[in-house]
Design a protein around this ligand. Structure first.
Ligand code: GLA
Length: 391
């Protein structure tokens, strides 16, 4: 594989969790990119800005090429990529291997238009889409409304390479509907080969929600593979996705990691959960894509502290790139263990509803909790908080 030689998990920002599709625009993306820099996040490694689904115009051009939504991205994607590069950031975009993108399926994207631009559809259309009851419109038969890359993989990738992408998110989203594809591996391998022969280093992030055991084949063709369905902004979602990711963690290795989905830190209104979520993703050697609106963050916010926590970054970027395993799972605690290039680390997470006490192992070299180093022999953990022991 001659995809980008990147070996440790990618750090950056992605538009989806904060804005879904109708909320993004070049202004929103650049304001978040500027915040990434002003808040010092780029300088600690969060260097990749990904514009997720919802950047496209409602139809393809007459030659079949994708265009950006003229209302929300009037300056075009090449311009946006240049702006990001000038800021010392990397540029990522979203494509899908089927006929439609996930926003076309689940958000009714492109159902209502204003010229070439996509307008937000009526609430009923959005509701039907979210519950999987929106039938493809008849006019979907006209291939110009297919924003997915099926049958146009080469053309779409060439277009994005021309715009200067450094990262591609390729998202399955019912790519079997209206196509003859059943095997996820084949579809993702095809794009991998195209990236391989492109004249640019591109990080390739694939997403098929763990449906066809990607941990068995994706390490050979991609930098990361989603392990589960989409993350929600809740403790239950974070904890269950972490456990599921750890189950198949042995496939994670330098250059190829399981992806438990983008961070929801900042979207819970729970500071403890924010920092535990970040530390858990660090333990899983997961890509850490910030998924909150950074424009409203203050430089002294606890969330920023969690995202820049040197211990979390050190573990996440450890060159051994190994995913933690779930050593214990009970009603009140999940305990994860992972090897590091120097020693090992154990993380206790209070997943229960009450405060709980953890005894510090006598052979622990360092103890951390709530983002600070500790020296006590026992620790009282509030719900959703963690304790970390380094050996
Ligand atoms: C799927 C993916 C999300 C996001 C949306 C975009 O749901 O899992 O991460 O990319 O599609 O429509």
């Amino acid at each position: 594989m001659t995809l980008s030689p990147r070996r440790t998990p990618v750090l950056g920002w992605n538009s989806w969790n904060a804005f879904r599709c109708y909320g993004i625009s070049e202004k929103v993306i650049l304001a978040n990119a500027d915040a990434l820099i002003d808040l010092g996040l780029r300088d600690v490694g969060y260097d990749t800005v990904v514009v997720d689904d919802g950047w496209q115009a409602a139809t393809r051009a007459s030659d079949g090429s994708l265009r950006s939504c003229p209302k929300r991205f009037p300056s075009g994607m090449k311009w946006l990529g240049d702006q990001l590069h000038q800021r010392g950031l990397k540029f990522g975009l979203y494509l899908a291997p089927g006929r439609r993108t996930c926003a076309q399926v689940w958000d009714g994207y492109g159902r209502r238009t204003d010229g070439d631009a996509v307008a937000r559809p009526p609430r009923l259309v959005e509701r039907l889409a979210r519950t999987g009851r929106l039938r493809p419109p008849k006019s979907d038969r006209a291939r110009r409304r297919d924003l997915g890359s099926w049958g146009r993989e080469e053309q779409d990738l060439a277009q994005l390479v021309d715009w200067g992408i450094d990262y591609l998110k390729y998202d399955w989203c019912r790519a079997e509907v209206g196509t003859n594809q059943a095997c996820h591996e084949d579809a993702f391998a095809l794009m991998s080969q195209l990236i391989d022969s492109a004249d640019r280093d591109i990080v390739y992030s694939i997403s098929e929600y763990g449906d066809q055991a990607p941990w068995e084949w994706a390490p050979q063709i991609a930098h990361s593979w989603r392990t589960t369905d989409d993350i929600a902004a809740s403790a239950a979602s974070v904890f269950s996705i972490a456990r599921a990711t750890a189950t198949h963690g042995s496939a994670t290795q330098p250059g190829a990691v399981g992806d438990p989905d983008m961070l929801q830190a900042g979207n819970f209104n729970n500071t403890r959960l924010d920092r535990t979520h970040v530390m858990l993703w660090a333990m899983l050697a997961a890509p850490m894509m910030i998924g909150t609106d950074l424009r409203r963050l203050k430089s002294d916010s606890p969330l920023l502290h969690a995202l820049k926590d040197p211990k979390a970054l050190e573990i996440n970027q450890d060159e051994a790139v190994s995913c933690a395993r779930l050593a214990r799972h009970s009603r009140s605690f999940d305990v994860y263990e992972r090897g590091l290039s120097t020693g090992s680390v154990t993380m206790w997470v209070n997943t229960g509803r009450r405060p709980a006490t953890v005894t510090v192992p006598t052979d622990a070299r360092e103890t951390w909790s709530a983002g600070r180093r500790r020296s006590a022999a026992t620790l009282q953990l509030q719900p959703a908080d963690y304790a970390l022991f380094l050996f």
